[in-house]
Design a protein around this ligand. Structure first.
Ligand code: FAD
Length: 436
């Protein structure tokens, strides 16, 4: 049986190792960091994330869903906090009971590492940053000077993938890469428990839409919330524009007055926590020589506004598994098939994630947007199964992302045509009345 090297024991790599170990492969999983179960999670990446149907489906297929979701907190809709006026709850689904799940990144990674470590055939090597790769021979080199060899090498080493860089160095013009950074960064701020209880409703994802900036907050099992402030990285209204404690407080008093009270350590948190970068990675090809491939963020990192990066990465694993089934584990056929199956879908979710940023930042507080959502839910009720909102298709189904994009476009065309016809009828009736 073939020997597979997986680079990166993050969310995607550790799940991938579980799947491949179960197929009977000998898997060596190489991770740059020390074991996070011993040292604690690394700072600087999101503390929690939203897991939805696609990610859960990938876990369910190998019996990990219940264990992983044990501490997850279901969020059934958005709680919008306008600058002025009352908060309002917008359910994610027509029925109101479908939920995305807030889960700690560290807890999820630890559970997947435990599962990978317990899978026969899988060995995890921590403190092994990949620094060299020869795709034609399958040889890998690590920062400490050690080396290894494998029949198949899979790079699951995240948005800044070393495997991707090494493929580019190997293939030269035969490999293309674009990394488009958003001019927004993010900073995490903790909303602690108040008197031992959640300070906000833990059944919702909270949003403070403010046009240029936006804050969101997801609940944690310890009754705190992790808030994430999205704001331009530079310019007069940006992370770069405030530094002094007084300026931080003034900014929050003007834009997020309720958060001033909810985040007692605001200034300290703000000054201490780093500003993270956000971007979209595109590259081609995802596989070379039928022997080396990229998977997860390494192949297609996206901005986090649809909460789909990890979900899409888990779907990659399911697709690769399906391709191995379809080809009788012939990797030279399976890897191109996997790329073909996932590329259009990853491009679709990258585009939808960028579009959702505008929706979350600007539109959710707009009365016309709320009206539109009500119309959408009415259509879903009138045309069950025929009209399904984009959010439901993305978050509560495994319909391929590209198919979601096509279907939503068609739905919008039909709704646009019906709305146009209704406006024309109303205008005709009005003209008749006025000219009677
Ligand atoms: P990673 O999780 O980045 O893992 C890569 C691993 O490779 C790491 O362990 C790293 O240490 C290791 N590594 C790196 N270089 C090397 C090397 N040279 N050698 C060996 N190992 C190496 N997704 C969602 O689905 N829902 C959300 O709500 C969500 N929210 C997000 C919020 C924010 C602010 C951000 C930034 C992202 C969010 N995401 C979300 C996206 C999600 O975090 C990523 O899509 C997901 O982590 C991708 O998993 P991965 O395993 O491909 O990469």
């Amino acid at each position: 049986m073939k020997h597979v090297a997986v680079v990166g024991a993050g969310l995607c790599g550790s799940l991938l190792a579980c799947y491949l170990g179960r197929r009977g492969y000998t898997v060596d999983l190489y991770e740059r960091r020390p074991d996070p179960r011993v040292t604690g999670a690394e700072r600087g990446r999101s503390i929690n994330l939203a897991l939805s149907e696609r990610g859960i489906d990938a876990l369910r297929r190998i019996g990990l869903d219940e264990e992983v979701l044990r501490d997850a907190l279901p969020m059934r809709g958005r709680m919008v906090h306008p600058l002025h006026g009352e908060t309002n709850f917008q359910p994610y689904s027509l029925s109101g009971d479908r939920a995305i799940n807030s889960i700690g990144r560290g807890a999820l990674n630890d559970a997947l590492l435990d599962a990978a470590g317990a899978t026969p055939g899988v060995t995890i090597h921590f403190d092994h940053p990949l620094t060299a790769l020869d795709p034609s021979l399958g040889t890998l080199g690590f920062a400490d000077g050690s080396s290894a060899k494998a029949d198949i090498v899979l790079g699951a080493d995240g948005a800044g993938s070393a495997t991707r860089g090494l493929l580019m160095a190997y293939a030269g013009e035969g490999f293309s890469e674009t990394v488009s950074f958003l001019d927004y960064g993010y900073k995490e701020l903790t909303i602690p428990a108040r008197d031992g209880e959640y300070a906000l409703d833990p059944g919702a994802l909270h949003i403070w839409p403010r046009g240029t900036s936006m804050m969101i907050a997801l609940p944690n099992p310890d009754r705190s919330f992790t808030g994430t402030l999205f704001w331009p990285s530079s310019g007069s209204d940006s992370f770069a524009s405030i530094g002094s404690p007084a300026a931080v407080e003034r900014h929050f008093r003007e834009n997020y007055p309720d958060l001033l009270e909810l985040i007692p350590n605001l200034v300290e948190d703000y000054r201490h926590n780093p500003v993270g970068l956000l971007g979209t990675v595109k590259c081609a090809p995802w596989q070379m020589l039928g022997r080396v491939a990229l998977i997860g963020d390494a192949a297609h990192a996206i901005v986090p506004f649809y909460g789909q990066g990890a979900n899409a990465s888990f779907e990659d694993v399911v697709e690769l598994d399906r391709c191995l089934d379809a080809t009788g584990d012939n990797w030279a056929e399976a890897l191109p098939l996997y790329e073909q199956g996932r590329r259009e879908n990853s491009e679709a979710i990258a585009e939808m994630a960028l579009a959702n940023f505008v929706e979350m930042r600007d539109k959710v507080a707009d009365p016309f947007f709320k009206l539109g959502k009500n119309v959408e839910h009415t259509l879903e009720r009138w045309l069950p199964g025929k009209y399904v909102s984009r959010y439901e298709l993305v978050s509560f189904s495994t319909t391929p992302y590209a198919e979601v994009r096509r279907r939503v476009k068609q739905q919008h065309q039909v709704v646009g045509a019906v709305a146009g016809a209704l406006v024309a009828l109303a205008a005709t009736a009005l003209i008749r009345r006025l000219t009677r």
